[in-house]
Design a protein around this ligand. Structure first.
Ligand code: RFL
Ligand code: PHB
Length: 396
C-alpha cells in the first residue's frame, strides 16, 4: 500500500530525462511554459550511460539556442570528414565540402545530459529522479501521470503529456490498442562496443566492412577511443574478452600504412540492432518523441539527433498553443515529423546494409554491397547524398 500521495500541477508533464525530455523542458521554460520531468533512474545513472557520440549541426544549433552548449563549444571535436573502408579499400567523404559548410560534432551523450540537467536545475527546473511513471490517464481532456517514488504513488496533473521515455517506456503503451501502427525490423546482428583509455588512432571516424564483419572506430576525446564490432544478434559480452575484441578490431579495420592503438578497456556494451516506427506519434493530449516513437540502427548515428529534432517541432507546437490558443501546429506534430523520421530510417538502413556482413563474400548480395561502395567512391552525387544525410538535412 502506498504510504502517502501528492498531486503536482504543471502545464506539460514530461516522462523521461533523456535528450528528448530535457531539451523539451528547457525550450518550454525559455518561453515561459512550465513542465515537470519524471525520470525512473537516478541522476548518476542517467549521466553515466554511455550511448551516442555524434551530434549533427542541427542538434548543436538547437542546444546553442537554448543556452546549454557553452562546454560543448569548448570541448567538442568538430569533424569535416568521415572514412569508409571496404575489404581493405578506403574512401574519405569530405562532409563539409559536400554540404556547403556543415560538420558533425563529437561530444558524448553523457556530456550532453550533464549539461542539460545542470542547466535545468540551475534555472529552477523540476526533474524528479527515481520517479517512475506507471500510467498515463485522462488523455482526452484532463491528463494525469501516475508515478512511484520512494515506494509512494503520486500524480502529476497537466494539460499535455510528452512521452520521452525511450523504447521501453510507459507512454506508448498507454495508447489504446489499435490506434498505433507499428513498423519494426530486427537485423540479424548486434554491436559489441568498448570505451578505451587510449588516444584515437584516427582523427575522423572510420566505418569498415570486412569479411569477419563490420567495425567502427569512433572517439570521445583526444585521449579516449570508442570502438565497435559487429557480433551475433544473440551474443553476449562473456563471448568477447578484451583480447578477442582487439584482435577483431585489428583485422577488420586493417589498411596499408595504418595501425590501431590499444589501451585499457574502461567499459563494454552490447546492443542488438533494430529499427522501429510508431505511427502516429501522438494520441489526444499525448505526444511521443525520440526513442519512444522510433528506433534507428546506430550505424547512421541518428537516434539522439532525431530525438532532438522531434522536440524542436513539438515545442514549436506547444509554444504556439500557449501563445495564441491555436493548436493547429501541435495537431500536425506527427505528420510534420514522420517524413524526416522515415527518411532517416532509410539512411540508417542503407548505411547498415552497406557496411555489415550479411552474406558470405563472393555471393550475389556481397557483390551488390561492393557495387554500392564503388558508387560512393566514384560518384560525387552519391558521396554528396551520403554526406548530406550524415551531417543532417537543415531543418526549416
Ligand atoms: P532515452 O535516452 O532512452 O531517454 C529516455 C529516458 O526515459 C526514462 N524512462 C522513464 N522515466 C520515467 N518513467 C518511466 N516509466 C520511464 N521509462 C523510461 C529512461 O530511464 C531514460 O532516461 O531516449 P531519448 O531522449 O528519446 O533519446 C534517444 C537517444 O538516447 C538514442 O536514440 C541514442 O542514444 C542512439 N544512439 C546514437 N544517436 C545519435 O544521434 N548519435 C550516435 O552516435 C548514437 N550512437 C546510439 C549510439 C545508441 C546506441 N545504443 C545504446 C543502441 C550508439 C549506441 C551503441
Ligand atoms: C559513437 O561514437 O558512439 C558512435 C559513432 C558513430 C555511430 C554510432 C556510434 O554511427
Amino acid at each position: 500500500m502506498p504510504k502517502s500521495s501528492r498531486v503536482k500541477n504543471t502545464q506539460v508533464g514530461i516522462i523521461g530525462a533523456g535528450p528528448a525530455g530535457l531539451v523539451l523542458s528547457h525550450r518550454l521554460h525559455q518561453m515561459g511554459i512550465g513542465s515537470i520531468v519524471l525520470e525512473s533512474r537516478s541522476r548518476e545513472h542517467v549521466e553515466g550511460r554511455i550511448r551516442a557520440g555524434v551530434l549533427e549541426q542541427n542538434t548543436v544549433d538547437l542546444l546553442t539556442s537554448i543556452g546549454v552548449a557553452d562546454r560543448l563549444h569548448k570541448e567538442a571535436l568538430v569533424h569535416h570528414g568521415v572514412e569508409f573502408r571496404f575489404s581493405g579499400r578506403s574512401t574519405r567523404i569530405p562532409l563539409t565540402n559536400l554540404t556547403g559548410g556543415r560538420a558533425i560534432y563529437i561530444y558524448g551523450q553523457r556530456q550532453v545530459l550533464k549539461d542539460l540537467i545542470q542547466a535545468r536545475l540551475d534555472t529552477g527546473g523540476e526533474i524528479l529522479f527515481e520517479a517512475e511513471a506507471t500510467r498515463v490517464e485522462g488523455l482526452d481532456n484532463s491528463p494525469h501521470i501516475c508515478y512511484e517514488q520512494g515506494g509512494n504513488e503520486h500524480t502529476i496533473q497537466c494539460e499535455y503529456v510528452a512521452g520521452c521515455d525511450g523504447f521501453h517506456g510507459v507512454s506508448r503503451k498507454s495508447i489504446p490498442n489499435g490506434v498505433l501502427k507499428e513498423y519494426s525490423h530486427e537485423y540479424p546482428f548486434g554491436w559489441v562496443g568498448i570505451l578505451a583509455d587510449v588516444p584515437p588512432s584516427t582523427e575522423e571516424l572510420i566505418y569498415a566492412f570486412h569479411a569477419n564483419g563490420f567495425a567502427l572506430h569512433s572517439l570521445r576525446s583526444p585521449t579516449c577511443s570508442r570502438l565497435y564490432v559487429q557480433s551475433d544478434i544473440d551474443d553476449n559480452l562473456e563471448n568477447w574478452p578484451d583480447e578477442r575484441i582487439w584482435a577483431e578490431l585489428h583485422v577488420r579495420l586493417a589498411t596499408d600504412g595504418w595501425s590501431l592503438n590499444e589501451g585499457p578497456i574502461l567499459e563494454k556494451t552490447f546492443a542488438p540492432l533494430r529499427t522501429f516506427v510508431a505511427e502516429p506519434m501522438q494520441y489526444q493530449r499525448l505526444f511521443l518523441a525520440g526513442d519512444a516513437a522510433h528506433i534507428v540502427p546506430p550505424t547512421g548515428a541518428k537516434g539522439l539527433n532525431l530525438a532532438v529534432a522531434d522536440v524542436r517541432v513539438l515545442s514549436q507546437g506547444l509554444i504556439k498553443r500557449y501563445e495564441s490558443g491555436c493548436d493547429e501546429l501541435l495537431q500536425r506534430y506527427s505528420e510534420t515529423r514522420l517524413g524526416s523520421v522515415w527518411r532517416t530510417q532509410g539512411f540508417s538502413n542503407f548505411i547498415t546494409k552497406l557496411m555489415h556482413l550479411q552474406a558470405p563474400i563472393d555471393t550475389f548480395d556481397y557483390k551488390l554491397q561492393e557495387a554500392a561502395f564503388d558508387y560512393i567512391c566514384t560518384s560525387e552525387t552519391a558521396a554528396r547524398a551520403l554526406a548530406e544525410n550524415y551531417v543532417g538535412i537543415p531543418e526549416n
